[in-house]
Design a protein around this ligand. Structure first.
Ligand SMILES: [Zn+2]
Ligand SMILES: [Zn+2]
Length: 84
């Protein structure tokens, strides 16, 4: 899973503040204005973004937890049919 951060405008790596004609700046602003597929908010600047479709990293983790919860063991036990 690749993680992308759109740099904050005005920082050395970020787009110009306000509007400009730089291709790179346009692209960065476009990404920042895309909507998160999970929460529907703007992806924004300085935020970790991941996935396809794009979403906030924190939303991706809420959506598809990396760490299996403890209840996972119970779920797999339920899945197994204990008939004699
Ligand atoms: Zn620019
Ligand atoms: Zn989100």
């Amino acid at each position: 899973m690749s993680i992308l951060i759109v740099p904050t405008p005005g920082t050395p790596d970020g787009p110009c503040r306000g509007s400009c004609d730089h291709r790179k700046c346009h692209l960065l602003r476009e990404i920042a204005h895309e909507r998160c597929a999970h929460c529907g908010g703007h992806l924004g600047f300085g935020t970790k973004i991941t996935g396809d479709p794009s979403m906030h990293l924190r939303c991706a983790q809420a959506h598809d937890p990396i760490h299996e919860p403890l209840t996972g063991a119970h779920r797999s036990a339920e899945h197994h049919d204990p008939k004699p």
